[in-house]
Design a protein around this ligand. Structure first.
Ligand SMILES: C[S@@+](CC[C@H](N)C(=O)[O-])C[C@H]1O[C@@H](n2cnc3c(N)ncnc32)[C@H](O)[C@@H]1O
Length: 308
């Protein structure tokens, strides 16, 4: 099925009114792009990292977008929408723009961005729909990311994989906090970890990670659980991996200390560069010695060890 995207340009005070018009017409999944709100969030440092093109940030007015299925009755729906927008108590009638969107573009557009990628000295990640023959000696992870994060194409993930390659000797127990697709837990298992608990808050990620664990036949080593940070973990482990964000790493560090065996490692990633020193201090305060720092673009990852 194809869809018609209707973008309505509206002043800030009209955003809720236009969303409500879409809702009343049975249009679900309304998208709001409000440059003032985005700028406010950026200024308040609510996001560690953001990527908005200048045309979104500099747009003079917010946009409210709704999606109509193409087919019989579309003209009437658009006429009704126009009528309802004209009746809103706003100084000017909001301007409307339309664009066709093909269903298959939505469903599969992201797939073209995922290609097989070789990571570190011994690892490779292959999306499940791509053909790839690894060079001798590379361990291949086969992943289908679905709606979860982590297909080996983000530096925060690849830096963790490189650390895992360095420290896993075989037989370790580990926890992967915020597992997404399960990529880091599966990496640890393929490198020889004996037991990995992979946790994510998001039930979609948990489902995707479980499928990827099966796909890579590491179900004997990796257990995927839905949970908040370390709330499902009680046993002491040799290694904790967390690729989340700086704020969460800071909160997590004292709890990681509680479940790590003495001399255990903590791989912390997803740290935006401007918060990297603050994270290092918090790691040290929590009793960790930072062994190595990696950086790639705006992102920093630390490998640390529990002292004492
Ligand atoms: C940046 S992704 C990392 C995914 C994967 N580990 C990787 O390295 O590519 C962060 C993941 O952490 C999960 N997450 C965020 N907050 C969490 C929390 N409080 N407890 C557990 N998981 C959390 C998110 O749902 C997301 O899947």
């Amino acid at each position: 099925m194809n869809w018609l995207e209707v973008a309505v340009h509206v002043p800030h005070e009209g955003i809720d009114m236009v969303s409500n018009v879409f809702d009343e017409m049975g249009v679900g999944g309304v998208v709001i792009e409000d440059p003032a709100l985005i700028s406010k969030y950026i200024a308040a440092e609510i996001w560690d990292h953001w990527e908005f093109p200048p045309e979104v940030l500099n747009r003079p007015m917010p946009l409210v977008k709704g999606y109509f299925p193409e087919g019989a009755g579309l003209e009437d729906k658009l006429a009704l929408l126009q009528e309802r927008l004209a009746a809103l108590p706003l100084a000017d009638v909001p301007r409307m723009e339309t664009k066709r969107v093909a269903e298959e573009d939505w469903a599969t557009a992201w797939m073209k961005y995922y290609k097989p990628v070789e990571i570190g000295r011994r690892l490779a990640v292959k999306p499940s729909w791509e053909d790839y023959t690894p060079p001798e000696g590379r361990l291949v992870l086969e992943l289908d990311p679905g709606m979860a994060f982590g297909c080996g194409n983000h530096p925060t993930t690849t830096m963790c994989m490189e650390f895992l390659e360095e420290i896993i000797k075989g037989g370790e127990t580990a926890v992967d906090v915020g597992t997404g697709t399960g990529i880091l837990a599966i990496t640890a298992a393929k490198l020889g970890a004996a037991k990995v608990i992979a946790v994510d808050l998001d039930e979609v990620a948990v489902q995707v990670a479980r499928e990827n664990v099966q796909r890579n036949q590491v179900q004997g080593q990796v257990e995927v659980l839905q949970g908040n940070l370390l709330d499902k973990v009680t046993q002491p482990v040799d290694l904790v991996i967390a690729n989340i964000i700086a704020k969460v790493i800071i909160i997590l560090a004292p709890d990681v200390r509680k479940i790590l065996k003495p001399g255990g490692h903590f791989i912390a990633s997803g740290i935006i560069r401007f918060r990297a020193e603050e994270v290092r201090e918090k790691l040290q305060e929590a009793g960790f010695k930072v062994l190595e720092r990696k950086e790639d673009g705006e992102w920093v990852s630390y490998l640390s060890v529990l002292e004492g």
